[in-house]
Design a protein around this ligand. Sequence first.
Ligand code: ADP
Ligand code: ADP
Length: 225
Amino acid sequence: MATIELNGLIKRYGQTTVVHGIDLSIQDGEFVVLVGPSGCGKSTTLRMIAGLEEISGGEIRIGGRVVNDFQPKDRNIAMVFQNYAIYPHMTVADNIAFGLYRSKLSKSQKRQRVEQVAEMLGLSQLLERRPSALSGGQRQRVAIGRAMVRDPAAFLFDEPLSNLDAQLRTQMRIEIKRLHHRLGTTSVFVTHDQVEAMTMADRIVVMRDGRILQVGTPLELYEKP
Ligand code: ADP
Ligand code: ADP
């Protein structure tokens, strides 16, 4: 688990500034949701934390260490995307194990770890299937499994549920929260959906035009008279 701190974080594309000096402190184990309309800079912010996007100014700290110059693989965080990002030609087991491709674990240790993760996600019976033989929710769980298997210090979720139908979306919100309660891993979850933010967040960060508009618990932000 790790804290994540953003200090004066800036992103420019050419002359256009899309993130205007964001300050945010995320606690160990906290589930923070970044919410705001399309184009307000949520995904860019997340990708900068992941190291998938270069920053134009400011500082990112993970677990107290400045990671500005760290490669994604050295940040010990895992990203879960909306488009699953799983491999169609590989089995569920191999897709999950792919998260360990750099690890020094032995083959049997990897297998054990994959089975452990599959068990937590209710995928134990599906390990030898290919993604084409899975439901949308099962595929999303495989993507989460791939991220989980390395036991990262933090999870970054980039609108992971927006391709799912309404019923499945509700179910996956509950599953992700249950997993968070079980693992306690610091999580940053991006969505444009206020209901999703309200039902999932320990703390909500409302963004507009590359800035933070408001920060608070769901109760503080939405249930005031
Ligand atoms: P959100 O995730 O809130 O929908 P994004 O972070 O994806 O917003 O985008 C923020 C702004 O940055 C948008 O105006 C978008 O058009 C712009 N943007 C994103 N990526 C690029 C890029 N590679 N080049 C130029 N502008 C970009
Ligand atoms: P290489 O060029 O050697 O593949 P990269 O810097 O391109 O190295 O990144 C690959 C590594 O970055 C992966 O091992 C993985 O740990 C990390 N990585 C890349 N994308 C993600 C992601 N979406 N979520 C978590 N880690 C990622």
